[in-house]
Design a protein around this ligand. Structure first.
Ligand code: SAH
Ligand code: SF4
Length: 398
C-alpha cells in the first residue's frame, strides 16, 4: 500500500515538520516545539500545546493534529500487566499491552527458565533479563507490545489474528500513537524501556508504516528508545527481512516466529512458509547484518502433537546451528476457533532440555497477563469471554 504523500502530523519527522511549518509561514524553530509536544510530552491535541500562539494551534488543528485513537478498554492483571483495546477513527480496534518487569526470579506466578542471565531485549517477556546489568535502578521497566495491522493476512492456524484475516494496515501515526498512549498511562515509578511489535498483525507486511514508526520510536529528540530495545517480530517475510536489515543496519532487534522444523509442518501451521520455505528463511537469517554480540530471537510456539517432540527439538537445534540466536519456547495459548492446545509441562521442559544441552540460550515464556487475554489478537477480536487456562500456567511451574 503506498504511503500517503504527506504523512499524518503524528508521523512526521522533525525535518518534515520544519518544511510544513515554513510552508505555513511559521519560523523553523516552531517545528522542534511541536515535535517535542508530540513525541516527548505525549500531547497530540494541538489545542493543548499551550506555549504555541493561538493562530498556530488553530492551523495545526486544520492540518489534522489531533488524537487518532481512543482507549475503549483497559484490563489489568494481578502482575500489573495492562491490556488496552484502542479504537481508531473508522471504528477499527487493536490491542496494545503494557508489561512491567517482574522483580526477580522468585516473583509469584513466574515460569522460571534456566539461564536467566541473558542480556538481549527481544520479546514480550525478555525484559526480566534485559536489564540484568542495570538492576538497582529505581524505575520499573515496562515493555509495550504494539499492533501494526487490524487483523492479519498470514493465516497462522494457532493465532486469533490470523484466523480473523486482515482488515486493514495501520498508518505509522496509528502505530506510534499506541506508544504515546502507553507512555502517558505509565504509573509512578515506571519507565518505558522496550517496544515489541508482537501485537496484532505482521509488521513486515505493512513495511512502510512500520519502518516510519520505527524511525520515530528511535529518534533521540523524540521517544528515544535504544534500537536494541525495539523488536520487530515476523512470521518470515524474507524480502522485507532483508530490507529491514538494510534500512536499519541490523540494529533493530529481529524476532523470527519459527514454530516448526520441516517445511511440511511449518506450512501446515503457517501458510507463509509455502511462499518462503525454511531454507530461504534460514538463509535470510544468516545474512542479516547482525551487530557483534547481538542475537536474533527465535520464537517457537509449542503446539501439542504438532511440533513438540524430541525429534522436533533436535531438528531445531541443527537448523539453527551457527546462527547467533536465543530461543523462546511459548506454550500455545488456546484460541476459541481452534482445538489446538499447548503441550503439558513435562514435554515443554523436555523440549527445552534438548536445546540447552545443545548449547542454546533457551527460555520458556508464559504469556504475561494471561488472565487478561494477553495473547495475540484475542481480546480485540473476541470481546471479554474468559478462556481456559493453559496446563503450563496452572501446572505449578510458576
Ligand atoms: N506477526 C508477527 C508478530 C505478531 S504475532 C509474528 O508472527 O511474529 C507475535 C507472536 O505471538 C508470534 O511469535 C506468534 O507466533 C505468537 N502467537 C500468536 N498466537 C499465539 C498463540 N495462540 N499462542 C502462543 N503464541 C502465539
Ligand atoms: Fe499474523 Fe503473526 Fe498471527 Fe501469524 S502469528 S497470523 S503472522 S499475527
Amino acid at each position: 500500500m503506498p504511503a500517503p504523500a504527506v504523512p499524518h502530523p503524528i508521523a512526521r519527522l522533525p525535518e518534515e515538520w520544519r518544511d510544513a511549518l515554513v510552508r505555513l509561514g511559521e519560523r523553523p524553530f516552531r517545528a522542534q516545539q511541536v515535535f517535542r509536544w508530540i513525541h516527548r510530552r505525549d500531547v497530540v491535541d494541538a489545542s493543548a500545546m499551550t506555549d504555541l500562539p493561538a493562530p498556530l494551534r488553530d492551523r495545526l488543528l486544520e492540518e489534522g493534529l489531533s488524537p487518532v485513537l481512543e482507549t475503549v478498554m483497559v484490563r489489568r492483571a494481578a502482575d500489573r500487566t495492562r491490556k488496552l483495546v484502542v479504537r481508531f477513527g473508522d471504528g477499527a480496534t487493536v490491542e496494545t499491552v503494557l508489561i512491567p518487569a517482574v522483580s526477580g526470579p522468585g516473583a509469584p506466578g513466574r515460569v522460571v527458565a534456566e539461564e536467566e542471565q541473558d542480556a538481549d531485549a527481544a520479546s514480550v517477556d525478555d525484559l526480566d533479563e534485559a536489564d540484568e546489568g542495570e538492576r538497582g535502578a529505581e524505575a520499573t521497566r515496562v515493555t509495550q507490545c504494539i499492533s501494526t495491522q487490524v487483523g492479519c493476512a498470514m493465516g497462522c492456524v494457532f493465532c486469533a489474528s490470523g484466523v480473523a484475516g486482515l482488515k486493514r494496515h495501520l498508518g505509522p501515526e496509528e502505530i506510534v500513537a499506541q506508544v504515546l498512549l502507553g507512555r502517558s498511562l505509565l504509573e509512578p515509578g515506571e519507565q518505558l524501556r522496550n517496544v515489541v511489535l508482537m501485537g496484532m498483525g505482521e509488521p513486515l507486511h505493512n513495511y512502510e508504516a512500520t519502518a516510519r514508526a520505527l524511525r520515530l520510536l528511535l529518534l533521540p529528540e523524540g521517544i528515544a528508545l535504544s534500537n536494541r530495545r525495539v523488536t520487530v517480530s515476523t512470521s518470515g517475510l524474507v524480502p522485507e527481512i532483508d530490507r529491514l536489515g538494510r534500512d536499519f543496519g541490523g540494529q533493530v532487534t529481529l524476532a523470527i516466529s519459527l514454530h516448526a522444523t520441516t517445511d511440511e509442518q511449518r506450512s501446515a501451521l503457517m501458510p507463509i512458509n509455502k511462499k518462503h520455505p525454511l531454507a530461504e528463511l534460514m538463509a535470510a537469517l544468516r545474512r542479516y547484518p547482525l551487530p557483534k554480540r547481538r542475537r536474533i530471537t527465535i520464537e517457537y510456539t509449542l503446539v501439542a502433537g504438532q511440533n513438540d517432540t524430541h525429534d522436533d527439538a533436535r531438528r531445531l537445534a541443527s537448523l539453527l546451528r551457527a546462527i547467533p540466536v536465543k530461543i523462546n519456547l511459548i506454550p500455545m495459548n488456546p484460541i476459541r476457533t481452534s482445538s489446538l492446545a499447548p503441550p503439558m509441562a513435562p514435554r515443554v521442559l523436555a523440549f527445552q532440555r534438548v536445546l540447552l544441552d545443545a548449547g542454546y540460550s533457551c527460555f520458556i515464556r508464559r504469556r504475561r497477563g494471561d488472565e487478561v487475554d494477553a495473547a495475540c489478537g484475542q481480546l480485540a477480536l473476541h470481546g471479554e469471554r474468559p478462556r481456559p487456562k493453559i496446563p503450563f500456567a496452572s501446572g505449578g511451574n510458576g
